[in-house]
Design a protein around this ligand. Structure first.
Ligand SMILES: NC(=O)c1ccc[n+]([C@@H]2O[C@H](COP(=O)([O-])OP(=O)(O)OC[C@H]3O[C@@H](n4cnc5c(N)ncnc54)[C@H](OP(=O)(O)O)[C@@H]3O)[C@@H](O)[C@H]2O)c1
Length: 212
């Protein structure tokens, strides 16, 4: 698969590196040619501009801070339909001070991106830090990491599910884009716990206990 990555930071590095190792063709697109070039050199892939990354792939990973998204989409010509119909993977976390969602009680990042672009958006990979995505494979004591996916289109979910499996993880489709706001809120809650030094896993009983 051809994957364009918008952004050259931690998530671009972690996920792009793993997908490159799995045999995909990745183009890292950044506002800094040096950073994009360094990632491309390290992974044996290619580098380009944000526009080239957006146009490159069967899938486009949007991996910039959420507060930069509107500006990036504008620069890409989203208002003129540059991303219409494309598969965009939204891994952003719109988490601000106090671990609050900067999207407030609104529709959430993924829906906002979908509305602004007309893209087929799938929310994925936002719920865990890049350090986990760099594991080969990402797995804990209980087994491979499950990756919740939210999206409105089955084919797009299937494609992102394949990318999840290529990391050695298990895709878990949990609903449409209306559920993405819940995934975003849950992640903001988790981030708050981790930053306070708490282990969220101590909150959760085994499945069998809940379903007994
Ligand atoms: N890191 C994690 O553990 C993690 C986990 C899950 C989700 N996420 C989410 O994934 C997204 C990316 O996170 P990250 O950790 O990869 O961030 P990062 O390491 O800070 O990298 C951000 C990237 O976005 C670019 N960028 C920032 N502002 C921009 C703008 N106005 N126009 C164009 N490019 C811009 C940066 O370019 P420059 O290098 O030129 O500044 C950089 O390439 C965020 O939304 C974050 O919430 C992160």
């Amino acid at each position: 698969m051809r994957i364009g990555i918008i952004g050259t930071g931690n998530m671009a590095d972690a996920l792009g590196g793993r997908w490159a190792a799995a045999g995909h063709r990745v183009l890292f697109g950044g506002r800094s040619p040096e950073r994009a070039g360094a990632l491309a050199d390290r992974t044996g892939q290619s580098a380009g501009t944000l526009q080239e990354a957006a146009a490159f792939g069967d899938a486009v990973l949007l991996a910039v801070p959420y507060d930069a998204v509107a500006g990036v989409l504008a620069a890409l010509g989203a208002a003129d339909g540059a991303l219409r119909g494309r598969l965009v993977v939204d891994c952003t976390n719109a988490v601000g001070p106090g671990f609050r969602l900067t999207t407030g009680t609104g529709p959430g990042a993924a829906r906002t991106i979908a509305d602004a672009t007309g893209a087929r958006v799938v929310k994925a990979f936002n719920h865990l830090p890049d350090s986990v995505w760099r594991l080969t494979p990402p797995a804990f004591a209980d087994g491979p990491v499950a990756v919740p996916l939210c999206g409105d289109e089955e084919a797009a979910l299937d494609t992102v599910g394949a990318l999840v499996r290529d990391l050695g993880c298990v895709p878990l489709t949990v609903g449409g884009l209306d559920r993405a706001a819940y995934l975003a809120a849950a992640t903001a809650f988790l981030i708050g716990l981790w930053h306070s030094g708490h282990d969220p896993r101590t909150l959760l009983p085994p499945f069998e206990v809940v379903t007994a």
